[in-house]
Design a protein around this ligand. Structure first.
Ligand code: SF4
Length: 324
C-alpha cells in the first residue's frame, strides 16, 4: 500500500498523522503529487462529497488600521495604493449579502473590517446588519473584525452570525516576524473567546511569508489542536508597498501539498483555498478541489479574484456541485 493511501486511511479512521508523516506530506515528490491528491480526495469526499462552498467577502472598512501586519495592505506600515474608507452603510452591507446569495451563489458571507478590534458601538451596528441579512437570505455569516472578547462574540451570535474568523496566520515562533502590535497568544485568546461564546471558529494561515517548514507544521497542528471548524489556507499575494512585497510566488505543488496536509489533519473540517489562489496558481487553481471544499470568489480585501461566473464554470466543468 502506498504511503499516501495509508495517510488517507488513517485520516478516515480518525487517526492523526505523526509530525514526521506531516513533514513527508509537505515534501511529497513532484511525480507523486497526483497520487497524493487522489488519496486526499477520498478524505475530502467522505465529509463533503463533490460539494464546493462558495464564500464572498465584503471588506466593510478598508485601511486606517493601527496594527503592523506585514502581509497586509491596510496596515499602518503599508504604503500600498488601496481604497481607504470608514465603515460601510447598513444598506451597502445588506446589498453585498444579496449579491453574494443571488449572483455569486455563495453559502457564506464574510463581513470583514480592518482594525485591531470592534468597539461596542460597532458590534451593535453590525448586529443590526446581520439580523436584517439573516431575515432575508439563507447565508452563513462569518465576521472577521479583529481581536474580540466573549461578550462581543456572543452579541454577534445572538444577532445570527455563526462564525468568527481570526487567523493564526503562522506559527507562534514566526509570529513576531510578521506583526509586533499584537501577539500570537492574543489571536489564540480571541479564538477561545469565540468558542466560549458558543460560535463556530474560522482560522487558518498564510503560506509564503518566509516561514520554514516547521512553522507550517506548527500552524497546521495548532489549528488541529484548537479544533477549528473552518480553515482558510491563504497563499501570500505580495502587494507593492507592504514589507513582504518582494516575496516570491507560492508554487502550485507547494500549495497542493499544504492543502493536502490540512485536509489529512482535519478530515471533516471546512478547508478553504483562500486568498492568493488566483495570483499564485492561475489557471491551475482547479486542482485545489482535491483537498479543499471551499473557495472565495469576486476578490479579497484589497485585491481582485476570480469572478463568480468563472468559478461556477470551473466547478461545474469538473463535475462538482455548488453547495447551497
Ligand atoms: S491584518 Fe487586520 S489587524 Fe493586521 S493590519 Fe491588516 S487589517 Fe489591521
Amino acid at each position: 500500500m502506498s504511503i499516501y493511501r495509508e495517510w488517507a486511511d488513517q485520516a478516515l479512521a480518525g487517526e492523526t498523522l505523526t509530525r514526521d508523516a506531516a513533514r513527508e506530506c509537505l515534501q511529497t515528490p513532484p511525480d507523486d503529487i497526483d497520487e497524493l491528491l487522489n488519496e486526499v480526495f477520498r478524505v475530502r469526499q467522505e465529509a463533503w462529497g463533490k460539494r464546493v462552498k462558495i464564500c464572498v467577502l465584503n471588506n466593510i472598512r478598508s485601511g486606517l488600521c493601527p496594527e503592523d501586519c506585514s502581509y497586509c495592505s491596510q496596515s499602518n506600515v503599508s504604503t500600498a495604493d488601496i481604497s481607504v474608507y470608514p465603515l460601510k452603510t447598513m444598506e451597502a452591507i445588506y446589498e453585498g449579502a444579496r449579491q453574494a446569495h443571488e449572483g455569486a451563489r455563495a453559502k457564506r458571507y464574510c463581513i470583514v473590517a480592518s482594525g485591531r478590534g470592534p468597539t461596542d458601538k460597532e458590534i451593535d451596528y453590525l448586529a443590526g446588519c446581520i439580523q436584517k441579512i439573516k431575515a432575508d437570505f439563507p447565508l452563513e455569516i462569518c465576521c472577521s473584525l479583529g481581536l474580540m472578547d466573549e461578550d462581543k462574540a456572543r452579541r454577534l451570535k445572538d444577532a445570527g452570525a455563526g462564525w468568527v474568523n481570526h487567523n493564526l496566520n503562522s506559527s507562534e515562533r514566526f509570529y513576531p516576524n510578521i506583526c509586533t502590535t499584537h501577539t500570537y497568544q492574543d489571536r489564540v485568546n480571541t479564538i477561545q473567546a469565540v468558542k466560549e461564546a458558543g460560535m463556530h471558529t474560522c482560522s487558518g494561515g498564510i503560506i509564503g511569508m518566509g516561514e520554514t517548514e516547521d512553522d507550517v507544521l506548527d500552524l497546521a497542528f495548532a489549528i488541529r489542536d484548537l479544533d477549528i471548524d473552518s480553515i482558510p489556507v491563504n497563499f501570500l499575494h505580495p502587494i507593492r508597498g507592504t514589507p513582504l512585497s518582494d516575496r516570491p510566488r507560492t508554487r502550485m505543488e507547494n500549495g497542493l501539498r499544504t492543502l493536502s496536509l490540512f485536509r489529512l489533519l482535519n478530515p471533516k473540517k471546512d478547508i478553504r483555498a483562500a486568498g492568493g489562489r488566483e495570483f499564485n496558481f492561475g489557471g491551475d487553481s482547479w486542482r485545489v478541489f482535491y483537498p479543499a471544499n471551499s473557495i472565495f470568489v469576486e476578490g479579497y480585501l484589497t485585491t481582485g479574484g476570480q469572478t463568480a461566473a468563472d468559478a461556477h464554470r470551473m466547478i461545474e466543468s469538473m463535475g462538482f456541485e455548488i453547495e447551497r
